[in-house]
Design a protein around this ligand. Structure first.
Ligand SMILES: [Zn+2]
Length: 337
């Protein structure tokens, strides 16, 4: 067996691995599809997130139950399942001893509907493995508190931003503008239902959003008609830029991970009475994401830009770092298996 581990800054290896035996409260998942996440790449950049020893990677996984402990209720061997890493006591792929980039994943103290969620009929393992990033995206949208008729801007058209475009469209919010530097990513946002997409470094935000969402004034300052901004990009200028164009009572949700402090022009924000909040993880969203999979699977499939075999996972990490890619999906038993 193998496990993908970070050993130091930029040092990630597919190591030989012996899986611990499962106890009566545990299950073992034969992994089928595992997505590469932006956070995996950030962990590699900083050399891992454990105090000592390697960091095991992989938290976006789906597979088939191959062992079910005697005390685990409601699950059976052979069942196709999604692992909710946030609900695993060993924090799968985010600092704990287990990571989903392996052939056999031990899920400790597994519970149906909590850390282990059944995959609906007719849903492939790779669509199922999108559950985690789609749940992150849905939580960001939920925190934006939007309703049909609202005008929304999504910063960043990586897998999370694209997931947000999907959920906004699914909830009847049709006036969504997606921003990204990469033309390939903007094209994906348009295909998924964004009304317009542009490169915020090439356009003036006030002019371009004013054109698309309408022009307003806010205490004698020009503003745009955008109701909610969602930051899935993490560029240091976004907070200042949004504050500068926000209308009265606009909202901004920050879902991107900022590693360094950023400038916050709080004085300029006073007159807009705008709301700035954050969103992290997916405290409640996974069941709703899974329920929507049969309805949206055609759209969801387009989030996967590359498929690689487990042997080529290191190559997959490189692909995931390119602006052309969306979700890079690792097929543990080989592509087409
Ligand atoms: Zn993720």
């Amino acid at each position: 067996m193998r496990l993908l581990n970070i050993h130091g800054v930029g040092d990630v290896r597919l190591d030989d691995y012996t899986r611990p035996r499962a106890g009566p409260k545990d299950v073992v998942v034969r992994m089928k599809a595992v997505g590469i996440c932006g956070s995996d790449l950030s962990y590699i950049k900083i050399g891992g997130i454990t105090q000592s020893g390697p960091t095991a990677l992989g938290h976006e996984g789906a597979g088939e139950l191959m062992e079910v402990g005697a005390e685990v209720a409601g699950l059976h061997v052979g069942q196709p399942v999604i692992v909710n890493p946030m609900m695993t006591p060993s924090n799968v792929g985010s600092g704990g001893p287990e990571g989903a980039f392996t052939e056999e994943l031990l899920v400790r103290e597994a519970r149906l509907g909590d850390s282990i969620l059944p995959i609906p009929e007719g849903i492939s393992y790779e669509i199922a493995a999108l559950c985690e990033p789609l749940a992150v995206a849905m939580h960001g949208v939920n925190r934006a508190d939007v309703k049909p008729g609202d005008k929304v801007v999504v910063f960043g058209c990586g897998p999370i931003g694209l997931g947000m475009v999907i959920w906004l469209a699914d909830r009847g919010i049709t006036d969504v503008v997606a921003l990204d530097l990469a033309p390939e990513r903007r094209a994906r946002a348009l295909a998924l239902g964004a009304r317009a997409a542009f490169d915020p470094t090439q356009e003036n935000l006030l002019d371009k959003l004013g054109e698309l969402h309408g022009r307003e004034t806010c205490y004698y300052r020009p503003a745009v008609g955008t109701d909610a901004f969602i930051d899935a990009a993490g560029a240091p200028s976004i907070l200042s830029d949004v504050i500068a164009v926000a209308k009265f009572h606009a909202r901004l949700v920050i879902t991107a991970a900022y590693m360094k402090p950023i400038e916050f022009p709080v004085g300029r924000m006073l007159t807009s009475e705008m709301t700035i909040t954050t969103a992290v993880g997916y405290p409640t969203e996974m069941p709703e994401v899974i329920a929507a999979m049969p309805r949206l699977k055609g759209k969801l499939e387009t989030l996967i830009s590359h498929r690689v075999a487990f042997d080529d996972v290191i190559e997959g990490l490189k692909l995931a770092a390119t602006p052309q890619s969306a979700k890079v999906m690792v097929h543990i038993e080989g592509v087409g298996a």
